[in-house]
Design a protein around this ligand. Structure first.
Ligand code: UD1
Length: 455
């Protein structure tokens, strides 16, 4: 067997993931807590002057950035264990959150509602985040204005003032997750009742409502289209465990599907995964709940094409669109993937095509013609879930795939390469300048290769 050394100029300049594709996965994956939930909960700790303890918080750059933002506004933020943080917002100040941090994290905007509710004034730079769309904040702002706030946006800074917030009836034009969370948090300390209609029903919204309730808030209806919040004078500290990350789980389900592997994945809350599980079954995968919180996914005789339309929960989540596109790129037949939530969330298409996929984009729809196999190539991750999609494609591609743009990946996946390695994947992160020793390309999925799991 001859080894191949991959060393290109771009490897020398950027950290990269190298994947030697064609190996089946096997074993059991332990999933982390939900990034999007943890970020909202971190913001909600500002609603109380007591200390809160959050457990099952994933170790991610987004979480560290949010922690740094909290510290910059006077909050005591301590990581006490690998996945446990204590947050004490007693000395929450009115200083501005630093632009350099807020600019990298859309979720930083979540602190607006709680700071306004506590201090009657909040100033936050307009947020950044993945470049998947324009991502305005008008729905957040309109909700706060309906509760009596004056909001101005000037020179890239949002300033909200309210002598007191008063409950209101608010109907969102679109069930925005972030706007639902901002309004819900502000309403917990407003005077009177807030009725939020056309609210987002995502599990992370329910998790935030449960956390606020554990702090003493009065919230009904989270998880339905109408949330009713009765404002209270004060909230108190508590300890709370973040829900499992349904997007991480779906990413590993997609990895199992594309590599024709059997995997156990837990802990999961299956009710958070109805849409992706239905799609995987349509593709021909078998899904079994082997324990109340553990799924087994295993391959059927083939991988079928299926159409996907991203929608607010309980529809198919936009965050899972890119990883599922990778799987469908090698399915039998043509799939149509319609991205309806974000207008610029198909940036992974040209990169998947570099790996040999046959995908064309027409007005927000991706037409995915399944190909028999992908082939490894250097590719660049353009956003968080695009990075996951490229890893999944790389696991099945013949030869070596090199992925750069890993700062996107590290925002949302804790130790993904170690987790995949433990399941038998040939994946390695290399620092700038190091080289990857790859075995010669093989087609481990062909019946003649007599695939052994992880072989
Ligand atoms: C959250 C998630 C993100 C996920 C998205 C949709 C976090 C940290 N991020 O993002 O991973 O992809 O939900 O499930 O939880 N919109 C407006 N005006 C607003 C707010 C949103 O027009 O004021 C639009 C957005 O541009 C987008 C759509 O609403 O087209 C959905 O956005 P939203 O649900 O708010 O997503 P985020 O909360 O930003």
């Amino acid at each position: 067997m001859t080894n191949q050394t991959i060393q290109t100029k771009s490897d020398a300049e950027k950290p990269a993931l190298h994947i030697e594709g064609g190996y089946r996965l096997s074993g059991e994956l332990t999933t982390n807590g939900a990034k999007n939930s943890a970020l909202a909960l971190m913001a909600a700790t500002l609603l109380t002057t007591d200390e809160c303890r959050l457990t099952n918080v994933p170790q991610l750059t987004d979480i560290r950035t949010m922690g740094a933002i909290l510290e910059a506004i006077g909050v005591r933020y301590r990581q006490v264990e690998a996945h446990t943080v204590d947050i004490d917002a007693r000395f929450l100040g009115t200083q501005r959150a630093p632009y350099e941090l807020v600019n990298t994290l859309r979720a930083s905007f979540f602190i607006l509602g709680p700071i306004l509710a506590r201090h009657g004034i909040a100033r936050i730079p307009l947020p950044g985040g993945c470049a998947i769309g324009a991502r305005p904040v008008d729905l957040h702002v309109r909700g706060l204005v309906a509760m009596g706030a004056d909001v101005t946006i000037e020179h890239g800074m949002v300033e909200a003032r309210a002598r007191k917030l008063v409950g209101a009836r608010i109907c969102l034009d679109f069930p925005s997750v972030g706007a639902t969370e901002t309004i819900m948090m502000a309403a917990t300390l407003a005077e009177g009742e807030t009725i939020l209609e056309n609210a987002a029903q995502e599990p992370e919204v329910v998790d935030l409502a449960n956390f606020c309730s554990a702090m003493g808030a009065q919230i009904k209806g989270a998880g339905t289209k109408t949330i009713i919040i009765q404002g209270v004078k004060k909230l108190h500290g508590c300890e709370y465990r973040v829900i499992p990350d349904r997007v991480e789980i779906a990413t590993f389900l997609a990895a199992a599907a594309i590599t024709r592997s059997t995997l156990l994945i837990g802990p999961v809350l299956p009710e958070h995964l109805s849409a992706p599980l239905a799609k995987l079954k349509e593709m021909g995968m078998t899904i079994t709940l082997v324990r109340p919180d553990t799924l087994e996914i295993s391959p059927g005789s083939g991988l079928n094409a299926t159409d996907i339309e991203t929608l607010p929960f309980p529809g198919f989540p936009t965050d899972m669109q890119a990883p599922f596109m990778s799987v469908l790129s090698v399915a039998e037949g043509t799939s149509i993937i319609s991205e309806t939530v974000f207008e610029n969330r198909l940036m992974h298409v040209p990169e998947l095509n570099r790996l040999g996929a046959d995908i064309r984009v027409r007005s927000g729809h991706a037409i995915v013609r399944g190909v028999p196999r992908l082939s490894g190539a250097p590719v660049v991750a353009t956003d968080l879930r695009a990075a996951a999609a490229l890893i999944i494609a790389g696991l099945a591609a013949q030869g070596t795939t090199t992925i750069t743009g890993l700062h996107h990946l590290d925002r949302g996946y804790e130790a993904i390469e170690q987790k995949l390695q433990n399941l038998g994947a040939r994946i390695q992160r290399l620092a700038p300048g190091s080289s990857f020793i790859a075995a010669p390309a093989v087609d481990c999925f062909s019946p003649s290769a007599g695939v052994a799991a992880g072989a």
